[in-house]
Design a protein around this ligand. Sequence first.
Ligand SMILES: [Zn+2]
Ligand SMILES: [Zn+2]
Length: 134
Amino acid sequence: MEINGGCLCGNIKYVADVDPDTATICHCEDCQVNSGSAFGYVIGVRNNNFNLEKGKLSFFIKTAESGSKRELGFCGICGTRIYARPVMNETGFFGLRLGTVSQRNQFTPKRQIWKRSALNWTSVLETNLDLDKQ
Ligand SMILES: [Zn+2]
Ligand SMILES: [Zn+2]
């Protein structure tokens, strides 16, 4: 599915082709810290089909305990996280941060991973919260 998105300050704009079946909530500790939130939420980009239309990404290279490296792309001005993928020329999951996707309301999570490090209270999110009472 073709989608588009960008960062909070408007510096970064992109288009991408994503696979809706890969919408994933990740409870790993790296996602908790790097997102500044309770968990990460990503969707897989098909065949590395991601095209930056505006701006220039900044990168942080994260080395896992296994030794594999992933590049975390973000806006160097406002800090919005855009994606995490294997460094150049390596294959592997290309996870686009769903909060930056304009069509994000259309993607229901299909799976949750790293549940063993999930924050205890995230189970309350699995009940139907009455959003109208806010
Ligand atoms: Zn920005
Ligand atoms: Zn994670």
